[in-house]
Design a protein around this ligand. Structure first.
Ligand SMILES: Nc1nc2c(ncn2[C@@H]2O[C@H](COP(=O)(O)OP(=O)(O)O)[C@@H](O)[C@H]2O)c(=O)[nH]1
Ligand SMILES: [Mg+2]
Length: 313
């Protein structure tokens, strides 16, 4: 077993291989990663976390790629977490995208990691939170988190970033309405990508009319052509304005408290379930409960209370 301290020291130095190993440890389960995450945690929470979400094919990865280039030109180091099964980072997209990403992959100032959407202990959001801890502790100035804005988990992840970009495209029509309940309300900045296509004005108008119904700060709407790099500076400028305003109003503080609260609550849930299983629910006992549930002799609440009672809770 490699020393968690050595690995942590490597991460804190910003060593790319150490960062990769640390993230793998997180993904493989918390038993091994816990001491590491504990060491890294006091060093995390720095840098800016930018969430990028929107429907599949909207151009999120293309936009992220452009943002990386621009941020690197500003001398900033960048981490990327792609929680997206169709992302180029996970090999789901066209060859051109993948080649572009590889160009960044050889840059020591860039760390790209894709994450599976399934199979995380304690949930996807918690796993993403821990990976953010690693990247932040490694000193990345900006971390971009790309998720497909379709699942509740994915939306939630981006919703607790320091600033959330929602990427829409012309031609969605009624889908803008459908998306409203989920991703629309988390947008700090709207990006209307594929502005080289017809219908940009209509999307902008639809967003504006939707926003007119809500109180509070109005997100900026920025048209882009991510494919050619048009509008990328404007996106970053809008992000900077949002961040300045959010810092001044205390919104940024509030959100960062919400982030660590969520990370704690999810960690606690995961630990509680794990401990309950260890102490009061051996496999044979679980099977016995399942049999009684199946026979309708026991209801799920009573079963849960039984286990909690054994734990003295
Ligand atoms: N016409 C046009 N196509 C774009 C633009 N941005 C991205 N694309 C293309 O849209 C497709 C999906 O892009 P991708 O970044 O993988 O979308 P994602 O699923 O949201 O990450 C790719 O073929 C891109 O080349 C744009 O501004 N205009
Ligand atoms: Mg993508």
């Amino acid at each position: 077993v490699g020393s968690a301290d050595d690995l942590a020291a490597g991460v804190l130095r910003g060593d790319t291989r150490a960062v990769a190993r640390a993230i793998t440890a997180v993904e493989n389960g918390y038993a091994a990663a816990r001491p590491l995450l504990a060491t890294l945690f006091p060093h995390a929470g720095r840098g800016l976390v930018i969430g990028v979400t929107g429907p599949p094919g909207a151009g999120k990865s293309t936009l992220v790629d452009r943002l990386i280039t621009r941020l690197r030109a500003q001398g900033k180091t960048v981490g990327i977490i792609a929680v997206d099964p169709t992302s180029p980072f996970t090999g789901g997209a066209i060859l051109g995208d993948r080649i572009r990403m590889q160009a960044h992959a050889t840059d020591e100032g860039v760390f790209i990691r894709s994450m599976a959407t399934r199979g995380h202990l304690g949930g996807l959001a918690a796993a993403t939170g821990h990976v953010l801890t690693v990247l932040s502790a490694s000193g990345k100035d900006v971390v971009l988190v790309e998720t497909v804005g379709v699942g509740q988990d994915e939306v939630e992840i981006v919703g607790t970033a320091d600033v959330s970009l929602v990427v829409l495209v012309p031609g969605l029509g009624d889908e803008v309405q459908a998306l409203k309940a989920g991703i629309m309300e988390i947008a700090d900045v709207f990006v209307v990508n594929k502005a080289d296509r017809e219908g940009v004005d209509r999307v902008v108008a639809e967003i504006q009319s939707m926003l007119s119904l809500s109180h509070g700060p109005q997100p900026e709407i920025v048209p882009t052509v991510a494919a050619s790099g048009q509008g990328i500076d404007e996106v970053l400028a809008a992000v900077e304005r949002y961040v300045a305003t959010a810092r001044a109003s205390g919104e940024m503080e509030r959100r960062q408290r919400a982030q660590v609260r969520r990370l704690f609550e999810e960690t606690l849930q995961e630990r509680l379930v794990a401990r309950a299983r260890e102490r009061a629910l051996p496999e044979a006992e679980l099977q016995r409960i399942v049999e009684r549930l199946h026979g309708r002799e026991l209801d799920p609440f009573a079963a849960a209370e039984e286990v909690l009672g054994r734990l003295g809770l």
